[in-house]
Design a protein around this ligand. Structure first.
Ligand code: F6R
Length: 240
């Protein structure tokens, strides 16, 4: 893993944008795997400002809540439209369809989308429990797109965005770890002290299902960009 430690969220977004832009400008047809959540917000802000040419770029997102429509203001489709897709003209954009009722068929459809658009780069955030996409602790490393049950800690973390606890989705369509590992390059970003333990485990700990992000140690091309707080528990020798 290549590790970059930056001062703060602003520098993190700038550095990550550079990595993304290099991939975008590297060839005529590009597939980008994207993430939602607070971590990539600063990166998408730079996209909105810089407006790079993305007419040759197809995007595939990691996940979507089961039961939320694309126009629900907490759906990931809505998030992506607001932050990115309505501001730049991508060649095509893909997310799982949160409203599909035949879950197996939707997972199979998304696997086909991924097979046709293997990400040149997959952008990832990380959960405080070490999840990537919605692959929660204990998740198999062999899964492709699946319906994941959110861990109680994840439901709790998400509840701030919903009016009542009953509104908080408990399941999501999610790329599996096997799908994520197929990306040619992976860029994981994290900021804040809340992520420090997960970052330490991901980089220094054993590869274990208990910390799904640790599987990234076995991928050939992973770049990790963290701010000083998220790096605060790393041993000195991990930082070089
Ligand atoms: C989002 C996703 C999640 C988040 C993770 C971190 O598409 O798949 O795994 O990346 O929960 O979320 P934030 O960035 O909000 O801390």
């Amino acid at each position: 893993m290549k590790l970059h430690i930056v001062k703060n969220k602003k520098e993190l977004a700038e550095k990550a944008y550079e990595v993304l832009l290099d991939v975008i400008n590297s060839k005529d047809e590009v597939s980008l795997g994207l993430a939602t959540g607070s971590s990539p917000e600063g990166i998408y802000e730079i996209f909105r400002r810089e407006k790079p040419d993305v007419s040759h770029v197809t995007t595939v997102n990691l996940d979507e809540y089961v039961g939320l429509s694309a126009d629900h203001d907490q759906s990931y489709a809505y998030f992506m439209n607001e932050h990115l897709f309505k501001h730049l003209k991508f060649k095509a954009t893909h997310l799982p369809n949160g409203l599909s009722t035949d879950h197996a068929a939707e997972c199979a459809r998304y696997d086909e989308v991924l097979a046709a658009n293997t990400p040149d780069l997959q952008l990832l955030g990380i959960g405080t429990n070490g999840h990537i996409a919605f692959n929660e602790p204990g998740a198999s490393f062999e899964l492709t797109t699946n319906v994941a049950e959110l861990a109680p800690a994840t439901v709790e973390a998400n509840s701030r965005y919903f009016e009542t606890p009953a509104d908080v989705p408990t399941h999501a369509f999610s790329m599996g770890i096997k799908s994520i590992m197929q990306a040619k390059k992976i860029l994981l970003i994290a900021s804040g002290a809340g992520k420090a333990q997960a970052i330490k485990g991901m980089i220094e700990g054993p590869v274990t299902h208990e910390l799904p992000a640790s599987v990234l140690q076995t991928h050939v091309d992973v770049t990790v960009i963290v701010d000083a707080e998220a790096a605060s528990l790393l041993r000195n020798d991990s930082m070089h």
